[in-house]
Design a protein. Structure first.
Length: 400
């Protein structure tokens, strides 16, 4: 087998399982997992109905490019959502359906990296581990950009020396961020685009949490929006990744899209033709319904808003965390700085699982930016999540 597979690091959940081995939580408390970022709210009925209605379409092969009506619906959605110039995002040439952003992120890196020269991929640190694994399997090396509290949990672009940028072929942005929830401001996207032009790299923006935000009047900006604001209507060097998993509570549908520069999308479509990852027609039909409706997304945000309000009120007196704006995560510092012990003891005493921050990040010259923090995914219904928060508070008050 490919020896590069050995370079893949254990996935955070494997490490969590090992951490909890041998621990027996109290049997009288139900388990509340805050460790996994899997949405638990109900998916929209209209999408499920469409899925059922089109089940017969599995009798046909889908095409890699996808149905024109799906691509047109996506282009309309992205144009509205990110204030793009009308008709500037061509559904035929600048949009591709993908089977969720995880699949697309992995595949895009394989298609994008040029192995004949140094292939650095800049990733936020802490980060979603697929960026790193995809890079290693494509023969590249990650360049970790620390996201620390003093910089608002955003990468410090100015701290990267020009010599390092010159080896970078691809930069991942994750906004809103997993696990920090930090939202990349439009100005940072613009700066990154300027750096991409200067040093000839691609900007890949993972925006799978973009529709989960707390302030209805302030949706997080996106990379294509920054392009539009710069008058860069061809979206040169830029590609975005979007998903129905969080927006519409459809993580099992495996449906998302990529959009952006035609010079990136066309070769990526060619790669995908060989890879064989066309989206099934039934899923394409259901996805068209999902991207065409905002009411269910607003209702979804409203539930997260209730959850966050209750959990923040409960935990703010005992934990320090960045004020949540978007995504469904809290990223608190643990009271004594030992994230692994906190997670293990919390599970052992309160039957609540959280993810140690260090499992999502790597050592850098200034230490590991995930050390001393834990990730809490507030994905269950508001009552269950508040119950978890109450147990966490009790645990902290008793032990720290
Ligand atoms: C930052 C980030 N990107 C991408 C994904 C993949 O999501 P999906 O493949 O369901 O679109 C996740 C899933 O948790 C994530 O946290």
């Amino acid at each position: 087998m490919n020896p590069e597979l050995d370079a893949l690091k254990p996935y955070p959940f494997e490490r969590l399982k090992a951490l909890m081995a041998g621990v027996t939580p109290p049997a009288d408390l139900t388990h509340i997992p805050l460790s996994i970022g899997e949405p638990q709210h109900a998916p929209p009925t209209s999408v499920l109905e469409s899925l059922n209605h089109h089940v017969g379409a599995v009798a046909r092969y889908p095409s890699t490019l996808g149905l024109p009506e799906l691509r047109a619906t996506i282009a309309d959605w992205a144009t509205r959502r990110f204030n793009l110039a009308p008709q500037s995002l061509d559904p035929q040439r600048q949009v591709l359906p993908v089977n969720g952003t995880r699949e697309a992120i992995f595949a895009f890196v394989q298609a994008a990296l040029d192995r004949s020269r140094p292939a650095r991929v800049a990733v936020p640190n802490p980060f979603y581990q697929i960026y790193e694994g995809a890079t290693l399997l494509a023969g590249g090396q990650p360049l970790y950009l620390d996201c620390r509290a003093d910089k608002g949990f955003l990468p410090d672009l100015e701290a990267v020396p020009a010599a390092a940028w010159r080896e970078v072929q691809l930069v991942f942005v994750c906004s809103p961020g997993n696990p920090t929830g930090a939202v990349t401001p439009l100005e940072d996207f613009k700066r990154l685009i300027a750096l991409a032009d200067e040093h000839d790299f691609i900007v890949a923006s993972d925006e799978c949490y973009s529709e989960l935000y707390l302030d209805e009047s302030a949706p997080p900006p996106g990379l294509l929006e920054a392009c539009a604001a710069l008058g860069r209507h061809d979206y040169r060097r830029c590609i975005v990744f979007h998903s129905l998993s969080k927006r519409s509570n459809l993580p099992g549908l495996r449906s998302g899209f990529v959009a952006g520069d035609e010079a990136l999308i066309a070769p990526f479509a060619r790669y995908r033709t060989y890879h064989g990852c066309a989206m099934s027609l039934q899923v394409q039909q259901a996805s068209t319904v999902a991207w065409g409706d905002e009411a269910h997304v607003q209702a979804n945000r409203e539930i997260y808003r209730q959850t966050f309000a209750a959990v923040v009120e409960c935990l703010a007196p005992v934990l320090d965390f960045p004020s949540p704006q978007a995504s469904f995560y809290l990223w608190p510092a643990v009271p004594d700085g030992d994230d692994e012990t906190f997670a293990r003891e919390l599970y052992s005493q309160q039957h609540v699982t959280v993810l140690p921050g260090r499992y999502m990040s790597r050592e850098s010259s200034q230490g590991n930016p995930g050390n001393g923090r834990v990730r809490m995914a507030l994905v269950a219904d508001p009552d269950t999540t508040l119950e978890a928060a109450r147990r966490i508070r009790r645990f902290i008050e008793e032990h720290y």
